[in-house]
Ligand binder design. Structure first.
Ligand SMILES: C[S@@+](CC[C@H](N)C(=O)[O-])C[C@H]1O[C@@H](n2cnc3c(N)ncnc32)[C@H](O)[C@@H]1O
Length: 390
């Protein structure tokens, strides 16, 4: 997604909300000199100033943090909730469930050294394994040092020096593998930008995608399985939008590193490498919903054509195909990871790859924050045709 560049690469900081423990944390020697906030800094008239240019906010004092105030653009600041020691899951759910845990997005994290507690909470809230920060220390100062050090280390974007001409297959199967280990949350949105920027993109994408996922699911009975395929599933971020106990969620990706990360993140999903020559190893008409998010635009036209016709083939008649991509025109630079294509050209390609056997149901443009170009779009289509089997 390297077309995003304007006004965004400003310096950003880590903040630690120490609340009632301000005196203890402010006196500690912490890596990266994070901004330490007390409960006075987060009253409503001061919160915006406290969050300005904050790339991630680690909450060390869960009990006094104003979760309700983190709405709209404030909610774009990724949170790390540091779970207090010695409290069980039931108590934490009672106190923080509705206020905090249910509101966490894929770009927020939870820090705890307690494996059993993490597992209980992860299952209940559908969190991905990658949303956990494992901490070893028990004193708050040690925890602040560990979390502060980690956030400081991830603040620097991965090194892009020596970049060669972009080729979709090698880039994603080699660099994609490396990014999946090094910087997975950046790899799936904008690798050059911090997590706050990426969480903001995620908010815009989710607002467009999730209602379309709901339309695709329709009002089928709970007992009727919903079958979903994501092409270019990355580290599995969108699996979190489905109830994996009621959905057969499959994801394919060209990067084996991404597939490994997705499997670890969502054990309830089924993630596999895409087949050779981009063939999908699924039977005809096997999914109710097939979709891609920011994948097609990274591929040249012949690959797009193959993926589109394959996605159509594996979708059942009456099922949905959704594409959320950057539809842009312009000349392509050799180092860019995006192959520009207008929405009209994409629709032409889709009609050609499916012999016209689709009908356009919904079109929407996306306006990402911090960027005054409308640069994303969503298309939702139904597959036409008579089922092979009844
Ligand atoms: C920008 S990431 C988006 C990941 C995911 N869709 C999301 O929104 O979180 C693009 C993903 O598409 C994968 N990809 C790129 N080209 C592909 C192709 N031709 N076939 C399968 N996966 C591909 C990459 O490996 C990467 O995981």
């Amino acid at each position: 997604m390297d077309l995003i560049s304007k006004n965004t690469e400003t310096a950003s900081w880590t903040a630690l909300y120490a609340g009632r423990f301000y005196d203890r944390i402010a006196g500690a020697d912490l890596p990266g000199e994070p901004n330490i906030l007390d409960d006075w800094d987060v009253i409503s008239t001061r919160l915006d100033a406290a969050l300005e240019r904050t790339s991630t906010l680690a909450v060390l004092d869960l009990f006094s943090f104003p979760y309700e105030a983190m709405r709209g653009v404030r909610g774009d600041v990724p949170l790390v909730l540091v779970l207090p020691e010695g409290l069980d899951a039931e108590f934490l759910i009672d106190v923080f469930g509705a206020a905090a845990f249910e509101r966490l997005s894929f770009f927020d994290r939870v820090a705890t050294g307690n494996d059993a507690l993490w597992e209980q909470l992860r299952r209940r809230y559908g969190w991905a394994a990658g949303q956990r920060i494992v901490i070893g220390g028990s004193h708050l100062e040690e925890v602040a040092e560990e979390v502060g050090g980690l956030l400081e280390a991830e603040a620097a974007p991965p090194d892009f020096s020596g970049e060669e001409e972009y080729k979709a297959t090698s880039y994603w199967s080699e660099r994609g593998d490396a990014l999946a280990n090094l910087s997975p949350h950046r790899a799936i949105c904008s690798v050059r930008h911090d997590l706050r920027f990426n969480k903001a993109m995620h908010r815009v994408q989710a607002a467009a995608l999730e209602p379309q996922f709901a339309v695709a699911r329709g009002n089928r009975a709970e007992s009727v399985p919903f079958t979903v395929l994501e092409v270019g599933a990355g580290i599995g971020r969108w699996a979190a939008s489905f109830d994996l106990t009621k959905t057969r969620f499959c994801g394919v990706d060209i990067s084996e590193g991404m597939v490994r990360a997705a499997r670890a993140n969502f054990p309830g999903g089924h993630f596999d490498p895409v087949g050779e020559d981009l063939i999908l190893h699924y039977d005809d008409e096997s999914f109710d919903l097939t979709y891609s998010v920011t994948v097609m635009h990274h591929n040249p036209t012949p690959s797009k054509r193959t993926l589109l016709s394959e996605m159509w083939r594996v979708t059942r008649p009456g099922g949905r195909l959704i594409f959320q991509e950057d539809f842009v025109t312009g000349k392509r630079l050799a180092s860019s990871t995006v192959y520009p294509m207008s929405i009209m050209k994409f629709v032409d390609l889709l009609l050609e790859a499916t012999s016209g056997q689709v009908v356009l149901e919904h079109v929407e443009s996306l306006h990402y924050p911090h960027d005054d170009l409308v640069r994303g779009g969503l298309l939702s289509l139904s597959r036409l045709g008579v089922p092979k089997t009844w």
